[in-house]
Design a protein around this ligand. Sequence first.
Ligand code: PMT
Length: 410
Amino acid sequence: MLKNKTIILGVCGGIAAYKSVELLRLMKKAGANVKVAMTRSATKFVGETTFRVLSENDVMTALFDFEGTGTLNSQEASVQHIEWASQADAVVIAPATANIIGKLANGIADDALSTMMMAVTSPVIICPSMNTHMYENRAVQRNLDILEQDGMFILEPGTGELACKTSGAGRLPEPALIFDRLVKIFYSKDFTGKNILISAGPTREALDPVRYISNHSSGKMGYAVAEAAEKRGGLVTLVSGPTALSPPVGVNFVPVESAREMADAMLELMDNADIIIKVAAVADYRPLVSHENKIKKRDNPKSSISIELTENPDILKMLGKKKQKHQFLAGFAAETTNLDTNAMSKMEEKNLDMIVGNIVGVKGSGFEADTNKVKFFFRDGTIDDLPLMEKAQVAHMLLDHIISNVNFKK
Ligand code: PMT
């Protein structure tokens, strides 16, 4: 996504400046051409040589003095900051101090970074980082509001213990989170205004308060679809069984445990959805009796016990029955054999617009893996057989298909 994009990374004087080194590394790894503009105070926290070596570019620290390329005359230098501004596909200021926030909000250009910013026309992400009282100061908050009104993206700081020994809001978000926000700028927003309901993860069917029946779904595939849809402008609700994953940023998250809880949530939320994608691995059966207290071994003198199971609701089938004309419904099929036949009959039986079939039990595909090997099946009989790829990539390919196959009638 960042390949061949020019990103200006503005670094201000704060203890969190060291995190900008990691942010720069992430941007470079994604193929971006990164140019670093530091304030004078930032150079007191991290040496500009570090940024120069890692960015493989000059570092801007002053308007009239570029180190690394020798001293430029004032005419060359004064053109350089305008040149950087015009080359920028995006600007990220991390950490952004109260000082730079105040300058940008009030049109003050008195150093290299703030002067360059006056000429920037690309998207800008501001990542405030400072002492909690400074961050909560009315002037700082007012200035942040102004920057937001001016069209800049403000990334809320994290909370926790700060370097100044106070605790509260003001921590620079982790580099991966800032990087994620940056990448989002470059996604096409083809799902803007669309309500997308996604289910993910396993369900847990309780035997007693400490034991349950479940499956190996990690939630990775479903969370990847939710994250991709959100990045492409969708209004995403993710109904998820228990997983070890953090909900993707910007997604409305609805945690559930059992198939029946998932059914209730999905049926309640479906009316508002334009697109429904059911990635969850739902337990087809649950114990007929869920014991109130822990089942004790001593209560069962025999060496084996039987558990009677009863059928769970088929959520996807219920959604298929309720589906309105304008809604697009997609399911997933996890199969160990006969993928094509089984997937296509599930699509028919559950009234789906498409189904994603994946072979499970094969290394690198299906449950738990970061990658997946899938086939897309459509109602008109077309099949798209994809190679093994990252689940995030599968998610985007799925959304590409949905957006080009869907006729939204709303
Ligand atoms: O979570 P990961 O570790 O990343 O793994 C991803 C995955 C393998 C779970 C995913 O890619 C996948 O295949 N999900 C569907 C798993 C599944 O339950 O398949 P199924 O063939 O049993 O069900 C078919 C469809 O009916 C699914 O959309 C399922 O959500 C739905 N279903 C099934 C049973 C049921 N009682 N209610 C349902 O809604």
